[in-house]
Design a protein around this ligand. Sequence first.
Ligand code: SAM
Length: 240
Amino acid sequence: MKEKVIKSEKKSVLNSEELIKIAHQLRCPTGNEGIAIGALLKETNNKMIEESISALQLKERNRILELGHGSCNHLESLLKRAEDLKYFGMEISEVMKEEAEKINEASINNRQALFQTYNGCNIPYVCSFFDKILTVNTIYFIESPVKFLNEMYRVLKPGGVFVLTFADGGFMKQLPFVVNNDVFKLYDKLKIKELIAQTDFTLLKIKEETERVKSKSGEWVDRDYLIVTLSKVFKNSQLN
Ligand SMILES: C[S@@+](CC[C@H](N)C(=O)[O-])C[C@H]1O[C@@H](n2cnc3c(N)ncnc32)[C@H](O)[C@@H]1O
């Protein structure tokens, strides 16, 4: 990926305590500040999320799992992509689950969507349950990424697709709320390939994108991000 210079229009006016608070809120939103973070993410991450949904190539009756959906303002758009979709949202943040439930009440009542909290690694569903899996801007916070990917592999159907989207480490490390704390684990193209190589997933595609957004601490920045598409290929043992 070619080097990008971050163009700041405004320097951060936040002190180190406030910056670390933002980092923790991004990892697991809580209370009213968490609700505010959820609303902010809706503005800044919409394009990243919509493009990730496109990469899923949703088909009629697909069962979709999303990890770390935040306030999930994108559900309506996702459900329009094909007929009879079923969406399962999983969060570690109780506040984000509640926000998502408020925003998407109609889809829950139609039995098209279900939101749950979980322990951040073990998906409470049987093997091969989902056709598609999506996660955007969460990989930075995953404690045991190989274990996490293996768990996604377990619950994905053979032939299923897992889309994993994140902002590039080279970009992330210049953000004031990312440096000087260990809340974020950063990835770039090479690091994500190394991670995937430790799992049974097959790497289908890495799409690299850039967009200009306002960061969580107020600066305008050119954000490089990667949309990684993985698949669980059929194996002979899975055909019966
Ligand atoms: C930075 S926010 C991103 C939200 C949304 N995906 C977006 O891109 O705007 C990270 C979200 O992931 C959730 N999260 C963090 N670790 C998680 C995990 N292990 N499993 C599922 N969700 C997680 C947080 O609670 C938070 O809502």
